[in-house]
Every structure is written in C-alpha cells, then in structure tokens.
Design a binder for this molecule. Structure first.
Ligand code: ADP
Ligand code: ADP
Length: 252
C-alpha cells in the first residue's frame, strides 16, 4: 500500500536581494527554484532512496514533508492527508509523530543538556506511546537495546557519546514514537566508514522489524544501491529518473 504520494510538488524559496542592482531595478525578491515537478510514491515498509549531488533539492523536499517548509505548489499526501501547506506548528501530535527524521548531525535533535533517557522518554510521552513512568522506562531500555547501546547510557548526556553513539540515539529517538515513516537525511555522512556501515545496518534492521517506510536521502550511490528498494534520482531540483534499484542501476 502507498503511504506517501507526492504530486507535482514545487518549492521556490523567496530570497530578499539587498544588492544595489536589485534596489535600482525594484526586484528586491529573488526566487530560488529548489524543487520542480516532484512526483513519486513510497509504499508501506519500502526503503526509497533520494539521491543526487549537493544542492539538487533533496533536503528541501524532506523539509516540506516534515512541515519545516511549505510547498509553493502541488500535493504531499501522507496517510491520506495533504501536508504540502501544513507547517509543523499547525500539525497534531499524531501527525508529527507519524513522520520522524534522522539528521546528518544528531545535535540537530539531541538536546545537549538532557540525558539520553530524558530525551527518549519525552518523545514516548509526547506521541502517546506510553504514559505510565515504569512503562516509559521499559520502552527507553527497549530502544537502547534496539540500537545496541548499553542500558546505562540512559544516564549519559550527548557530549559523553561518540559520533556513532550519538547517531544511534538519534535513530532511537526517531523510532521512539512508533512512526509510520522515517526520513533519514544523510544519516551516516558525518561518520567514519566502519561506523557508518554499522549504523546503516542497524537502521535497516529496525526499519524491517518495525515495518516502517524509510526515505533515505543520500549522495552515496554505492550505499543506496545496497539498501534501497526504490531509487529516485534528482538533478537541479527535478527528478531525472526513478524505479526499482535494479532498474536504476542497470547498465545502459
Ligand atoms: P508490492 O509488493 O507492494 O506490490 P512491489 O515492490 O512488488 O510492491 O512492486 C509492484 C509494482 O509497483 C512494480 O511494478 C513496481 O515498480 C511498482 N512500484 C513499487 N513501489 C512503487 C512506488 N513507490 N512508486 C511507484 N511504483 C512503485
Ligand atoms: P540538497 O539537500 O540536495 O543539498 P537543498 O534542498 O538543500 O539541496 O537545496 C536546493 C536548492 O535550494 C539549493 O540551490 C539551495 O541553495 C537552495 N536553498 C536551500 N535552502 C534555502 C533557503 N532557506 N533559502 C534559499 N535558498 C535555499
């Protein structure tokens, strides 16, 4: 079943241009085309990779889905409701909880002053997975087991973790609220090769056992070829090719 349908989505950023030339021409607003004619689907339990070089529009598309930006045009239908023009401030806790993100830099989501256990329990409570303190504790331990970190890491703060360990917590946090879909934006690009392989393997294992739809955003073709069911290739804001991983990587 299809969980996500993107239809003819377009995103232009409005940029204020304060140069003298812009002032003289009266053209104070410039438009940066980030996404144009974006059309694709993601199905239940599928891993869909979005690939393309830096600046081609991969993150913009993820931000629209997460409600961090709104689309200029088109539809982003997730579980039957259109989120294209729905900023995160106007979304219900259920809507926010059902699509979660793993960032390249785990500090984007991890609060440096809170313990790992504290941040995970906040997510568990916020998205209504558990409310009883004992159940929340059990769920935190279950999440730490899932990302293969010792249970006493619940007491640590982000600065007491290595890069790979931080990203494991970032992944645990994304899955804490039982989302239907996880968007991973270059989740291992900042990690050493051997650590990256372990964290990728872990992410794929959890995606499979939780039957979550995964959007995996990456510039790394060999990684994508290894893990994706479907590949969407972007170039300069457009989708230039999409299909099964075998189709996209077939020799011409
Ligand atoms: P399922 O088991 O859900 O039917 P498959 O992966 O076996 O899915 O694909 C069945 C057909 O649907 C194939 O032709 C495939 O290319 C197409 N398909 C699969 N996923 C998508 C998608 N996300 N968007 C568009 N077409 C898809
Ligand atoms: P990618 O994730 O593939 O690196 P992005 O989606 O971040 O690509 O960027 C797509 C295009 O949009 C780039 O030209 C980038 O400079 C531009 N862009 C991204 N964010 C903004 C913003 N907040 N304001 C203006 N332009 C932006």
């Amino acid at each position: 079943d299809s969980v996500l349908q993107i239809r003819d989505m377009r995103k232009y950023y409005e940029v204020r241009d304060n140069s003298m030339a812009a002032l003289m021409n009266g053209k104070r607003i410039r438009y940066v085309k980030a996404n144009e004619k974006i059309d694709f689907d993601a199905r239940e339990c599928q891993t869909v990779a979005i690939v393309g070089e830096s600046g081609c529009g991969k993150s913009t598309f993820a931000k629209v889905l997460m409600g961090l930006e709104t689309a200029t045009d088109g539809q982003v239908v997730f579980q039957g409701s259109d989120l294209a023009d729905k900023p995160v401030q106007t979304r219900s806790p259920q809507e926010i909880g059902s699509v979660q993100m793993v960032f390249q830099n785990p500090f984007d989501t991890l609060n440096p002053s809170h313990t790992v256990g504290g941040q995970l329990s906040r997510v568990i409570r916020k998205f209504g997975v558990e409310s009883d303190p004992e159940k929340i504790r059990e769920r935190v331990y279950e999440l730490l087991d899932l990302v293969k970190l010792p249970r006493d890491f619940a007491k640590r703060r982000p600065r007491q973790l290595s890069g790979g360990q931080k990203q494991r917590v970032g992944i645990a946090r994304a899955f804490a609220g039982n989302p239907r879909m996880v968007v991973a934006d270059e989740p291992v690009s900042a990690l050493d090769v051997s650590v990256a392989a372990a964290v990728t393997g872990l992410l794929m294992d959890i995606q499979r056992s939780y039957r979550t739809t995964l959007l995996f955003i990456s510039h790394d073709l060999s990684l994508v070829r290894y893990l994706a069911d479907r590949v969407v290739v972007m170039y300069l804001g457009h989708i230039v090719e999409q299909g099964t991983t075998d189709e996209v990587f077939a020799p011409p």
